[in-house]
Design a protein. Structure first.
Length: 102
């Protein structure tokens, strides 16, 4: 019996638990048995993604179409695209926080 993850490849997540708590990353692989594999293109490169328990991740609504397209076409994604996806999310998240504070 397969477990379905609410996460999708290319989706931006916030890390809830662990050393990198509070940081954002992108889902690069879904594995039913082992968990979710994430990378941010900066400290955690695509070639060495971090395996995380899905309960330790907070899914965001942002999904990077660049990352999804790259993974579908070649099975790989550049670290620059991962960094860009995380940076775009962090900027929009900061704008949302600023608007709520006003």
């Amino acid at each position: 019996m397969k477990k379905e993850h609410p996460l999708q490849i290319g989706q931006v997540v916030k890390i809830r638990k662990g050393r990198n708590a509070g940081q954002a990353a992108v889902v690069v692989r879904l594995d039913e048995e082992q968990g979710i594999w994430i990378a941010d293109g900066n400290k955690r490169k695509f070639d060495r993604p971090k395996k995380k328990n899905p309960l330790h991740l907070e899914p965001q609504t942002a999904i990077s179409s660049e990352v999804v397209n790259s993974l579908q076409e070649s099975g790989r994604v550049t670290n620059a695209k991962l960094r860009h996806a995380v940076n775009v999310f962090m900027e929009s998240d900061a704008q949302d926080a600023k608007q709520k504070g006003d």
